[in-house]
Design a protein around this ligand. Structure first.
Ligand SMILES: C[S@@+](CC[C@H](N)C(=O)[O-])C[C@H]1O[C@@H](n2cnc3c(N)ncnc32)[C@H](O)[C@@H]1O
Length: 213
C-alpha cells in the first residue's frame, strides 16, 4: 500500500476498526472487574472511544480526565462522556507529555494502550509524575504470549498488524514496562486470548503503585 493510502487509512479508518475491536466481549470482562476500582481524580491515558466509561463507579469518581492524541477516537467518546454523572474532560494530548500537574491523580487507568503508545517508557514516566504517592495505576493490557508458538506468530504479524490496528504492537511485555518504570505491581492476573483474538497473546490486568525509590 502506498504511503498516502496508509496515512489516509490511519486517520480515517483505523480509529473505527480499533473502536469496533475494543468493543468486543473478550475485553468487557476485565473492564467490568477492574474499572469500578478507580476513585477520586482519575486520569485515563489512551482514552480512545471511552469504552471504560460505563464501568466507572459513579460514587467513587470525582472527575475524569481522558487523554488521547486521536481526535476521531475522542469524538466517538464524547456522547458517552456527557452521559455519566461526573465531570469528564477529554484532552487531545499524548501520554508521553501529559498536560497535568505533578501528583494530580488518585488513579491512572490505562487499558489496551501500552501496546499502541509509541514511547510507553516515556508515558510511564509521565504517569508516575502525575500519580499521587498514594495513587494507583489500574491496567488492563495484552502482550507477549507465554507459549513460544504464539510468540513467534506475534513477531511475524507485528508489523502488518500495527499498520492495520492503529499502531498496536503484539510483542510488548506490559508488566516488564510497568516494573521498569519503578512502579510496584501489587496485583496481577494473567489469562490468554482465544479465537478470534489469539494473536493478542497474554491478557493482563492489575494494580501498580509508585515505588519509594
Ligand atoms: C487499542 S486503543 C484502546 C482504547 C481504550 N483505552 C480502550 O480500552 O478501548 C489504543 C488507544 O491508544 C491511543 N494512543 C495512541 N498513541 C497514544 C499516545 N502517544 N498517548 C496516549 N494514547 C495514545 C490511541 O489513539 C487509541 O485510542
Amino acid at each position: 500500500m502506498c504511503q498516502s493510502c496508509l496515512s489516509w487509512y490511519a486517520r480515517c479508518v483505523a480509529p473505527y476498526i480499533v473502536h469496533a475491536g475494543c468493543s468486543a466481549n473478550a475485553f468487557a470482562d476485565m473492564r467490568k472487574r477492574m474499572i469500578p476500582r478507580a476513585a477520586g481524580f482519575v486520569v485515563e491515558v489512551g482514552f480512545g472511544s471511552g469504552l471504560n466509561l460505563p464501568y466507572y463507579d459513579v460514587g467513587k469518581v470525582k472527575r475524569l480526565v481522558g487523554i488521547d492524541p486521536d481526535g476521531t477516537m475522542l469524538g466517538l467518546a464524547e456522547p458517552k462522556s456527557r452521559s455519566v454523572p461526573f465531570d469528564v474532560d477529554c484532552i487531545r494530548a499524548s501520554g508521553e507529555r501529559l498536560p497535568l500537574a505533578d501528583s494530580f491523580a488518585d488513579t491512572v487507568v490505562v487499558t489496551y494502550a501500552f501496546c499502541t503508545i509509541p514511547d510507553p517508557e516515556a508515558a510511564l514516566t509521565e504517569i508516575r509524575r502525575v500519580l499521587k504517592s498514594t495513587g494507583r495505576l489500574i491496567f488492563i493490557e495484552h502482550g507477549q504470549a507465554e507459549g513460544t508458538r504464539c510468540r513467534k506468530w506475534q513477531e511475524r504479524l507485528n508489523l502488518v498488524w500495527g499498520r492495520f490496528a492503529g499502531g498496536c504492537h503484539l510483542n510488548r511485555d506490559p508488566l516488564q514496562l510497568i516494573r521498569a518504570a519503578g512502579l510496584h505491581v501489587v496485583e496481577a492476573e494473567r489469562d490468554r486470548f482465544r479465537l478470534p483474538f489469539w494473536q493478542l497473546g497474554s491478557h493482563h490486568a492489575g494494580i501498580a503503585i509508585p515505588g519509594t525509590g
